[in-house]
Design a binder for this molecule. Structure first.
Ligand SMILES: Cc1cc2nc3c(=O)[nH]c(=O)nc-3n(C[C@H](O)[C@H](O)[C@H](O)COP(=O)(O)OP(=O)(O)OC[C@H]3O[C@@H](n4cnc5c(N)ncnc54)[C@H](O)[C@@H]3O)c2cc1C
Length: 246
């Protein structure tokens, strides 16, 4: 029986866990890996919307035998007909249970996931979308680009200094401007500067996610420099440098 007190809380909240089985592992780059899972019951009636994410329960051997921890990952390539979905893992150098699990993932392995969907969508009258973050936000950015209507402009800004970025998966969407920003100084500083320098765009909506200090650098730019109120921007911390999720 997997151990973790949070599983008890989620049971009380009636958030179910779903079994999933690894069916394929694909490396886009040595540090960006897609793991495909079979989960027919989960995906058959799934309401898929941009940035939809799940909690993946991964073994956490450092916390004891049978202990599992939950980590957030974004659903990509959901295929109800095939009964599959995938998660894209940034394989980071510092050890963590999810990254460690993904490094050794192989077909046939079984895990559990839980969904707590918080619906997100574009406000009425959106004419242009700005998507920003680090590479952990790339899966979510790709889901945005699949959903943004063709008449809406989209621009992507990603701060990253990995090598081999050309191999990464990107949703092919006409007219989307992609900009990769090299990290300079504190995390998020170069990204915030680049976003601040964008030309004004009427009807703009902005979304940003990634490491905490990166998001903290971008958030005031969206609010103060681009003048976007709460209805026209959304930001989320995905991970914290130097700190395990727990
Ligand atoms: C809603 C949501 C969606 C997310 N979607 C994705 C996704 O699709 N793909 C994805 O890769 N991540 C995604 N993340 C981020 C992912 O959950 C974290 O990176 C998580 O910390 C990884 O867990 P871990 O067990 O490997 O490391 P942890 O045990 O949490 O951390 C161990 C150490 O690794 C460091 N670390 C964690 N992540 C990174 C990283 N990416 N780069 C460098 N160092 C890191 C920590 O700072 C810490 O020092 C998402 C997070 C949220 C909340």
């Amino acid at each position: 029986m997997p151990r973790n007190w949070q599983r008890g809380v989620m049971r009380v909240m009636r958030i179910p866990n779903h079994p999933v089985t690894v069916t394929a592992v694909h490396d886009f780059t040595p540090w960006y890996r897609r793991v495909t899972f079979s989960a027919p019951d989960l995906v058959k009636d799934l309401d898929v919307f941009p940035t939809l994410w799940l909690r993946l329960w991964v073994p956490h051997p450092a916390k004891g035998d049978g202990y599992v921890s939950q980590r957030g990952y974004t659903l990509v390539d959901v295929r109800p007909d095939a009964g599959t979905f995938a998660l894209d893992f940034v394989l980071h150098d510092v050890s963590g249970p999810a990254g460690d699990w993904a490094r050794q993932a192989h077909p046939g392995e079984e895990l559990e996931v839980a969904l707590t969907p918080a619906h997100i969508g574009l406000p009425e009258g959106t004419a242009s979308v700005l998507l920003a973050g680090d590479v952990t936000a790339l899966p979510a950015i790709n889901t945005w680009l699949e959903a943004i209507p063709p008449e809406v402009e989209a621009a992507v800004w990603v701060e990253d200094d990995h090598e081999g970025r050309d191999g990464l998966p990107r949703t092919d969407r006409a007219g989307t401007a992609w900009t990769w920003v090299e990290r300079e100084g504190p995390r998020g500083a170069a990204l915030a500067e680049a976003v601040a320098a964008t030309a004004p765009a009427p009807g703009r909506y902005a979304w940003a996610a990634g490491e905490k200090s990166l998001v903290q650098a971008v958030r005031p730019v969206l609010r103060d420099r681009l003048g976007l109120d709460r209805a026209h921007q959304f930001t989320q911390f995905y991970w914290i440098e130097g700190r395990s999720t727990g």
